[in-house]
Design a protein around this ligand. Sequence first.
Ligand code: ADP
Ligand code: MG
Ligand code: ZN
Length: 483
Amino acid sequence: MNDKYEAVIGLEVHAQLLTETKIFCGCSTKFGNAPNTNVCPVCLGHPGVLPVLNKKVVEFSVLMGLATNCKINEKSIFARKHYFYPDLPKNFQISQYEEPICENGFIPIELKDGSKKNIRIKRIHMEEDAGKSIHDQGDNTLIDLNRTGTPLIEIVSEPDINSPEEAYLYLTKLKQILTYLNICDGNMEEGSLRCDANVSVRLKGETKLGTKTEVKNMNSFRNVEKALEYEIERQIDLLEDGKEVIQQTLLWDADANIAYPMRTKEEAHDYRYFPEPDLMPVVVTEEWKNEILSKMPELPDAKKERFINQYNLPKYDAEILTSSRELADYYEKILSVTKDYKAASNWVMTEVLKVINEEKISINEFPISAENLGKLIELINKNIISGKIAKEIFSEMLKSNKDPEEIVKEKNLIQITDTTEIESIVDKVLMQNQKQVEEYLSGKEKVWGFFIGQIMRETKGKANPQIVNDILKNKFEMIKDSK
Ligand code: ADP
Ligand code: MG
Ligand code: ZN
């Protein structure tokens, strides 16, 4: 990027709320049912029907507002936003316009250099989703209205984001908060989280905002980042050529790696907003707000700090372990069995996450219970098994989630800590490998590993490695002395 310029970015994020029913009727929000089966006269917009607001939608919105440091407006109102599109049966969307439910918050992000930056939230408002147009079925466009009336919140940031990377960090944090609150599943590929990016550029030091464009149609955080990189370059090139940026909406094409303008007719909008006459203003009393606040779970940043302080974990560990609420819960469950915080963290961050990433499963689907993993760690710490054997038991547990103590008994895997037994094995190995003994004595230290390997083979990996090392060292000293 040309460093004379600075990018200015504001994001509008739509999050589908995880309510059982739609925002203004009792229809199910379940995904994947046969097309046009989760519908009723209200969400189909038949004449004469009356919307009834779903209380959960208000609670979820307030929860999100509180979690992002917003002011919760005691009174907010719904408004009709008019536009014509086949998947919008009423020809207007019920949204909020002049008086949204939450305003003036912020989300802190941590930049690469460790410094913190607050991205201000301009507003969060409630609205209903439209239906789905299906264009890939031959010549006809098909309409599925199951999604019509699914509750959304739109979270609008101030233009405080100054790079594609900051946009990525902001979105990651936003999603983390939504999923911690359990109000949205945060799945961008499936459309339950959507992001429109407003972007402009200006010369550094300039205080006036430049003309912005809006980029849509990104289906992953990485694509948001890439689309922003593309659009920032394009705008800078225009300005460098003495041309102007035209305010318009662009669609990101992830395959071609370019953003192209939407046909201008499609975005010549006058939404003719006016207050929704069929819905009362939403009133969130101080009492209700406090009741919602009392359900607030521990949020990601607070949990991370607690993990660092309470469990003495490095920041790096705490960040990964608190990346999702479920993973953090899994980690803390292990601690009900073992107090070796760091060992528990190591097992989760390496072995557990490796399996989860490879199998593309969530921690909730991970076959080993936290309790059994805790027991495994205790078996190592009590010197009953070696770390190497523990890895084997871990593989076994992946298949059966059996109690590791049982596996140890069944397979006779208890670590050999009896020094006389180990000593006799060491003697045997040295006896059988005279050539390597000579090599070692003549300075070829690499052979050490060979001896350890042989001894471990003799004991099927069960010998305590520390004791093996000590005894082997002793033996060689004795041999050297006797020469
Ligand atoms: P509009 O009325 O065009 O929708 P808004 O004021 O509602 O514009 O802002 C929409 C989003 O665009 C917000 O996230 C805001 O931060 C962002 N935004 C506004 N102006 C600019 C600009 N000049 N450059 C980048 N982003 C902007
Ligand atoms: Mg807008
Ligand atoms: Zn309905």
